[in-house]
Ligand binder design. Structure first.
Ligand code: SF4
Length: 360
């Protein structure tokens, strides 16, 4: 018996590819693609049966040829500061995490792009997992739809899209899954979809230099660089990617990056006590960034068991910031969000995913 035909994951298709699929595979007219796309990405529908303004016949045809791959909320943990960490289960039994961070003026979601991560940064729990697989565009976008649903329900909101900002700083290196990221961004920014502005989306990378160039040419969202060191020696110790593309290569790519007017590149700098937080580090850092339109986010480290680094104290962080400010480098000490639920930077590594790989 021939194997059953593979179903098309319609939530992973760009708007154009969805229209092609409907016309070529189902013989449908173009306006049906607009209807289906809006159900998928404006309303975040998770089944064809919800799509009540599509005829029953079309819904049945869709079920034969297509599917909406589920991403199921598996766990949620609430921090005292209002942050909520969601854990989602993929259809193949993997787990990923997304972190919701509400503030007065914005509601931000930190989105994952891979299951695990290949970059092996030594201060990061996700890095200890290794890379399991890339997330599909549908799975990347589904995190946003799922959390929009949760926020609507929890906060009793009518609006379809309560989330205002997205940061791609969750599990995985976004530029290591660039094609799927790009499709996901196009969906998230589309007017018939969630319609996020490019000004409200930031993608963070450890510095995959050739991909930074493509990212600048092929998308229009904001760039953040996870720098975390002031010398190559330091950076190569904690971020293996630096052995391939060192600080100079990375900053050259930043200088060439096509920045929109008035925009700056954000440099994230996780402060590690006694490792990269001295006065000399601050002086070197400001020199490195001298000719780049930059903003520095100083991130107090969230200690992880077994990784061996310690948090820089508040006073040291402020002294470090002041040295940057003296040279007119805009620097901010970021508040720790969700630290009590292991939802802060570098802490995303759900236990089940680790356990699944542990030898028995
Ligand atoms: S810091 Fe980011 S890139 Fe580095 S291991 Fe963690 S998830 Fe991967």
């Amino acid at each position: 018996m021939p194997a059953p035909a593979k179903l098309v994951d319609v939530a992973s298709l760009s708007r154009e590819k969805l229209a092609l699929f409907l016309s070529e595979q189902l013989g449908e007219r173009p306006f049906r693609a607009a209807q289906l796309y809006r159900w998928l990405h404006q309303r975040g529908a998770t089944s064809f049966d919800e799509m009540t303004d599509l005829s029953k016949a079309l819904r049945e045809k869709l079920k034969v040829k297509a599917e909406i791959v589920p991403l199921v909320k598996d766990l949620e943990q609430r921090s005292v500061d209002g942050t909520i960490k969601y854990r989602f289960k993929t259809r193949d039994g993997r787990f990923i995490e997304s972190v919701y961070m509400p503030a007065e003026d914005r509601k931000t979601l930190c989105v994952s792009t891979q299951v695990g991560c290949a970059m092996a940064c030594s201060f990061c729990m996700t890095g200890t997992l290794g890379l399991k697989r890339n997330l599909t565009p549908g799975e990347i976008v589904a995190q946003v739809h799922a959390v929009n649903r949760e926020v609507r329900r929890n906060e009793n909101l009518e609006t379809l899209r309560p989330l205002t900002n997205l940061v791609f700083m969750g599990m995985g290196e976004p530029l290591h899954n660039f094609e799927n990221l790009k499709t996901a961004l196009a969906i998230l920014q589309s007017e018939e979809g969630p319609n996020f502005s490019h000004r409200h989306i930031t993608v963070s990378t450890v510095g995959l230099v050739p991909m930074i160039e493509r990212f600048g040419q092929e998308t229009d969202v904001k760039l953040a660089i996870s720098l975390n060191a002031s010398t190559d020696e330091q950076r190569s110790k904690t971020m293996p990617v630096n052995r391939k593309w060192n600080i100079q290569a990375l900053l050259d790519a930043c200088r060439k990056f096509p920045l929109r007017q008035g925009r700056r590149i954000t440099f994230e700098y996780v402060l590690l006590k006694g490792f990269n937080d001295t006065d000399e580090d601050a002086h070197r850092l400001r020199e490195l960034l001298r000719d780049i339109p930059a903003k520095v986010n100083l991130i107090p480290y969230n200690e992880n068991p077994g990784l061996g680094f310690q948090t820089t104290g508040e006073q040291r962080a402020e002294e470090f910031r002041a040295i940057l400010a003296e040279a007119h480098v805009a620097a901010y000490i970021r508040k720790n969000r969700g630290r009590d639920i292991a939802g802060a930077c570098g802490q995303l590594a759900n236990r089940d995913e680790t356990a699944a790989e542990a030898p028995v």
